[in-house]
Every structure is written in structure tokens, then in C-alpha cells.
Design a binder for this molecule. Structure first.
Ligand code: F6P
Length: 351
């Protein structure tokens, strides 16, 4: 019997970073299940890059990932840890991965996590990226999982507030997430039949908003629904409205308050009664939609294939209906703005 080489199976690491969203657990499940098909072992790192810095491991086998499809959030936990803010942070990441014999790392995250992955790849980290964000603002992929669930949640809220706005002749402002882009506001606003949609890409004039509302009143519609992304801002003072000046390790401030600003200005300028709903974390919770579950599963399986092949320094991506791989280095550190043609379609229905 000739000497047979048994292939040493790989140890694959996985982490989930930045904001959580529905579908991450479906990704983890898919990475684990496909890796097991290859005979590979998967270990999770808790709280994103922090888990590698601290060797905080979460064992992932078939049982650990069963019954996860409908579970929002991430069983690994997340954080906005930036290894480049820590002395010897990148070196420690590489050292701990070597000590744990991790041959490939899957990093699930938004632009911050993926840019860290790219910089670590340049230093020799065997990493594969999976794009994730409810904001859908990542370049190089047509869609990120989490977005479909978020817009379904917001659309349901718009439908619900419609009745109370109509019953009380009120203007209701719904503030949604979207720091630098208004994908959630635009999609959910169109789906919910909003009368005005305000997004970061288009600084607005409060006078124009009031004109829209008055035009509705002139045709007997004494109520209006406005959807505003948290990063939307008035032309008059083109700056974010923030909750605190504290920043996270990637320099982001916590936004919030544009809804109240718009409501106060509308009441001051028109006398119409207003109310504000700030959806906040609700948009990131709950069970993923079927679309997000399938996209997350496809991303996870593809990433496991790439880890097996050693296709590092790349990210999985949805292009049309195909799952392809793109270079992390092509991910310029900029978000993908709302398509202006889509926003023009939304504007047809304003007022
Ligand atoms: O992940 C993107 C996002 O949901 C943004 O839309 C939002 O501004 C931010 O995360 C909120 O982050 P955190 O939950 O850390 O406050």
C-alpha cells in the first residue's frame, strides 16, 4: 500500500464586525457547513478584531450553527475595534492567527472591517471579506444582506404610522439609519409611499419641504409622512446632527436628531402638528427575510470556497445574480451613494 498523504485540514477563523444585522448568523452557518465539506475546521472570534487580539475563541461545529437561520444579530458578537488604534495591534493579529494555526480568516463586516482586512492582507494576513450592512452602501457589490430586512421593517413602520397621521392630520417624520447614504430611506420611502424622502446625498431646504406639505393640504391631504436618513442635513447648515461628540475607533460620531429638527422647523413655519419616530436599533434587529437568508448563505459558501482555494485579499460580491469575488484593494474607502435615477423616481411621488 503506497504511502498515502492525508490532506491536513485547514483551520478557518471567522469574525463579525461593525453594526450587526439580520443574516450574519446565516453567513456563519454557511461558512461552517461548507468548510466541513472540505474537511476544514472553523473557529469564531468574539467581538470582531478584539477576539483575535485577546484570543477570545468561539468553537464552531455543526451543532453550534444549527437553528440559526431565523436568528438576528451575530452569535459571535461584534464591536467597532480597530486594531490599527492599538500599539502592535496588526502585529498581534498576525501573531495570534499563526499561534492558533489559523490558515484563513473570514471577515464579515462593513467598510471599516473590510478596510482593516485589506490593510492586514497587505501585511500577509490570509483574509477573505464578506460585505455586510443594513445601509447597502458598500461599493463593488450590488447588495449587502441585512438591507432587505431593514427596508421591510421600515416599510412596515411607515404603513403603521400612516393611519395615525391621517386620523390626526399630522406630519410624521420617521428617522432611519444611514450615516452617509440614504438607501434605507429611499427604498423604504418608495415602498411605504412617503410624501418626502430626505437623504445625506441631497442636502434639503426646509422651505421646500414645507411647500410640499402645503401642496398636499391644498388638495385635501392634511397629513404627510416624511422619511429622513439620520445623515440628512439642511442646506442652510450643511453638517450632521449628532447625539454626542464622542467618536468610535473609526472616527464615527453617533448621529441622531434630524427628525426632531425637521419637526420643529415644520411646526414653526407651517403651524402643522408634527410627531417623530426614531427607529434606531430596531432596523438592525429581527429575523432576516428570505432574500437576506439566501444571499447570506451564498456569500458564506463562496467565502468558504475561497478560503479553501487560498483566494485571499478578496471579498465576495453580488453582481446581478452572480456571486463573484473582487479585490479588497479595489474597495476605495468611500461609500456607494444612492443612485440618482432611483431618487428621481422617488421624487415623482413627493407632495
Ligand atoms: O451599520 C451601519 C449603521 O447601522 C449606520 O446606519 C448607523 O449610523 C450605525 O450603524 C449605528 O452604529 P452603532 O450601532 O454603533 O451606533
Amino acid at each position: 500500500m503506497p504511502f498515502a498523504f492525508t490532506r491536513m485540514n485547514k483551520i478557518i477563523g471567522i469574525l463579525t464586525g461593525d453594526g450587526d444585522c439580520p443574516g450574519i448568523n446565516a453567513v456563519i452557518r454557511a461558512v461552517v457547513r461548507k468548510s466541513i465539506v472540505y474537511g476544514n475546521t472553523v473557529i469564531g472570534f468574539r467581538k470582531s478584531w478584539k477576539g483575535i487580539l485577546e484570543k477570545d475563541i468561539y468553537p464552531l461545529d455543526m451543532n453550534a450553527v444549527s437553528d440559526l437561520m431565523a436568528k438576528g444579530g451575530t452569535i459571535l458578537g461584534s464591536s467597532r475595534t480597530n486594531p490599527f488604534k492599538y500599539e502592535e495591534g496588526p502585529e498581534t493579529i498576525l501573531k495570534h492567527l499563526r499561534e492558533l494555526n489559523v490558515e484563513a480568516l473570514v471577515a464579515v463586516g462593513s467598510l471599516d472591517t473590510l478596510m482593516v482586512a485589506e490593510k492586514l492582507f497587505e501585511r500577509g494576513c490570509p483574509v477573505v471579506g464578506i460585505p455586510k450592512t443594513i445601509d447597502n452602501d458598500l461599493p463593488l457589490t450590488d447588495r449587502t444582506f441585512g438591507f432587505d430586512t431593514a427596508i421591510s421593517t421600515v416599510t412596515e413602520v411607515i404603513d403603521r404610522v400612516h393611519s395615525t397621521a391621517e386620523s390626526h392630520d399630522r406630519v410624521i417624520i420617521i428617522e432611519v439609519m444611514g450615516r452617509y447614504t440614504g438607501w434605507i430611506a429611499t427604498y423604504a420611502g418608495i415602498a411605504g409611499g412617503a410624501d418626502c424622502i430626505l437623504i445625506p446625498e441631497k442636502p434639503f431646504s426646509i422651505d421646500d419641504v414645507c411647500k410640499l406639505i402645503r401642496r398636499r393640504h391644498q388638495r385635501g391631504k392634511d397629513f404627510s409622512i416624511i422619511v429622513a436618513a439620520e445623515g440628512a442635513r439642511p442646506k442652510e447648515h450643511n453638517r450632521f446632527i449628532v447625539k454626542t461628540d464622542r467618536v468610535d475607533e473609526f472616527g464615527h460620531k453617533q448621529l441622531g436628531g434630524i427628525g426632531n429638527f425637521i419637526a420643529q422647523e415644520i411646526e414653526r413655519l407651517t403651524g402643522f402638528e408634527t410627531r417623530v419616530t426614531i427607529l434606531g436599533p430596531m432596523q438592525r434587529g429581527g429575523a432576516p427575510t428570505a432574500f437576506d437568508r439566501v444571499l447570506a448563505t451564498r456569500f458564506g459558501v463562496k467565502a468558504a470556497d475561497m478560503a479553501e482555494r487560498g483566494a485571499y485579499g478578496k471579498m465576495v460580491s453580488l453582481q446581478g445574480n452572480d456571486i463573484i469575488e473582487v479585490k479588497l484593494s479595489d474597495l476605495i474607502d468611500k461609500v456607494k451613494p444612492v443612485d440618482s435615477a432611483l431618487y428621481e423616481i422617488a421624487e415623482v411621488f413627493f407632495g
